[in-house]
Write a protein that binds this ligand. Sequence first.
Ligand SMILES: [Zn+2]
Length: 272
Amino acid sequence: MPAMRRIAMISAVFMILTGYACPARPAFASRWSPTETGGGELRRIAVVIDDFGSAMKGTEEILSLPIPITAAVMPFLPTTRRDAEEAHRRGHEVIVHLPMEPIRGKRSWLGPGAITTDLSDEEIRKRVNAAIDDVPHARGVNNHMGSKATADPRVMRIVMDVCRERGLYFLDSRTSPRSQAAAEAERVGVPLVDNDLFLDEVYSASHVHKQLRKLALSIDRQPDIIVIGHVGPPGLITAAALRSAIPNLREDADFVRLSEMLPEPAPLLKWK
Ligand SMILES: [Zn+2]
């Protein structure tokens, strides 16, 4: 067996045994063998799409992309369960898109069950657990908005405690330069990854294409890249731009689920 295939098989078995990867991978099994750079490094892209949960524009177009994505599903919304089940059924990864208080912005943008800095420790713990319970198949958590709440060490300590207890990883969407997510994740041993690039904070095809060109250039310098896009107002634009960029990006990198990019789990962490 060629060396790369053997490494891919061993790591696949490792991921299943450790709970890193969902064993049911119907659509994308052929994408398991990693792409190597000239220097022997693996290059991987994880595409995370936020704001699932209310049948927003682009939901079907994103879920039918020919790559595994990580679907960040908001809790307590009309299609929360349906979107999470459908994403899982198609072999995508599901995470909880936890609404968290921003510095600016309306409370109504946050949605139900939001984590705000005025809540008691007990209430935050209750809300994070309820959000995780509401999103089936969740493997991790990331923040929706949250420029204020992620910068609050007390709030993030509780969020990370719950992530550890539930065996979930955390993706810091990086909406605040003062985010306490990394420090608190490290304290309790929760695997943490960071967003590298937002694809569609401006709702135009030219902007999303520009961000995808940035991604194509960055992949030469940075072997693992995490990008975040959205369903909703930019959903159709983002889905179409990704679909057209995938063939070229695939020549240089593999598309992976977020859990495949995690650092080694800390020994105290118990995986589901
Ligand atoms: Zn969001």
